[in-house]
Design a protein around this ligand. Structure first.
Ligand code: SF4
Ligand code: SF4
Length: 316
């Protein structure tokens, strides 16, 4: 077992990364003395597939769901946005919490299913695949750890219906990890790219209209059959949105484009790369100037260079 960094000394995350065959002692059931304690103080990040399930459960559009039930947050400075469940007004409890338990149980979010396990997805700069490990969350109020039931994390994931949720959100996690691990070489995404990321990942009904539009048809060389297929089902459309975003964020040719549109896009992409290099050079020059003004040099600064790609956790 390797040890990840634990950001705060009081963090309830046990500082060991474990694999799927790791056994946990845990059981949660109605009647336990801490019933609903975990849902009374929430900090739950949602995956795109969580939103698809919840908006369908509530019978509303993704746009309404985002407005009514979520708050956006920045996953990293100047980077991509994430979405969290909005708690009750002037409180910390989940709006879906009922005395008898979760009001959206069949469609509860990934983080709620995983608890008390946290998923850690990681991708290092020198690797092309992402890796999944887990950590255990032990909070004083949660008495589920005291119940004598042993189960492996793999079996717990099955029991909680997690594999489907992880599978359908994998493309999103890969995009986020790729952005995080690519560092400054890719540059901060433009405002337009960030808006497209938000729409394609979280506001699937607006993305649906976008894919249906004439503007989209002019840009992308998609057959009617392919378009009908991706528009027929939100989960299918979500997978398409991740392919679309690979193209928008990283310039990968994941969806065929009409020839003129492709040429235009390549030109724009090259212009953007030049701009990124210029911005980086200007930043470096400003920094050098400031350091020279302050009388700093590398030897007396005592600063080293850190090159840790880090990881992410579905529960913060
Ligand atoms: S969605 Fe359900 S399980 Fe998750 S915090 Fe809310 S009430 Fe609890
Ligand atoms: S055992 Fe833990 S997860 Fe279950 S209700 Fe209590 S606090 Fe929540």
């Amino acid at each position: 077992m390797s040890k990840p960094d634990v950001p705060f000394p009081q963090s309830p995350v046990v500082p060991n990364m474990v694999e799927g065959d790791h056994q946990i002692q845990f059981s949660c059931h109605q009647g336990i003395s801490c019933w609903n304690a975990c849902c009374a103080n929430i900090d739950i990040s949602l995956t795109p597939y969580d939103i698809v399930r919840l908006k369908k459960h509530l019978g509303i559009s993704s746009t309404e769901f985002l407005r009514e039930y979520t708050v956006p947050y920045e996953m990293e400075k100047d980077g991509l946005a994430g979405v969290k469940l909005r708690p009750v007004v002037n409180g910390t409890a989940c709006r879906f919490m009922k005395p008898e338990g979760c009001g959206v149980y069949a469609d509860r979010p990934t983080a709620c299913r995983y608890y008390p396990v946290a998923l850690l997805s990681m991708r290092r700069q020198d690797e092309f695949v992402d890796r999944q490990s887990y950590a255990i969350v032990k909070e004083d109020h949660c008495k589920g750890h005291e119940v004598a039931r042993n189960i492996s994390i793999d079996d717990y994931r099955q029991e909680q219906g997690i594999p489907e949720y992880d599978e359908l959100a994998r493309g999103w996690r890969q995009l986020v990890l790729k952005k995080k691990s690519s560092g400054p070489s890719i540059g901060a995404p433009s405002l337009k790219s960030r808006q497209l990321f938000f729409m394609a990942c979280y506001d699937i009904d607006t993305f649906h209209s976008f894919v249906e539009s004439e503007a989209f048809a002019k840009l992308f060389a998609m057959s009617d059959a392919e378009r009908t297929l991706v528009l027929a089902d939100d989960a299918e459309l979500l997978q398409f949105s991740f392919r679309f975003l690979k193209q928008v964020l990283f310039g990968e040719q994941s969806i065929a484009m009409n020839e003129d549109a492709a040429k235009e896009r390549l030109k724009n992409w090259q212009v953007r790369q030049v701009e990124i290099e210029q911005e980086a050079a200007e930043k470096r020059a400003r920094l050098d100037e400031e350091m020279a003004r302050e009388g700093f040099n590398e030897e007396d600064s005592g600063l080293g260079v850190c090159d840790d790609a880090g990881g992410s956790c579905s529960r913060d």
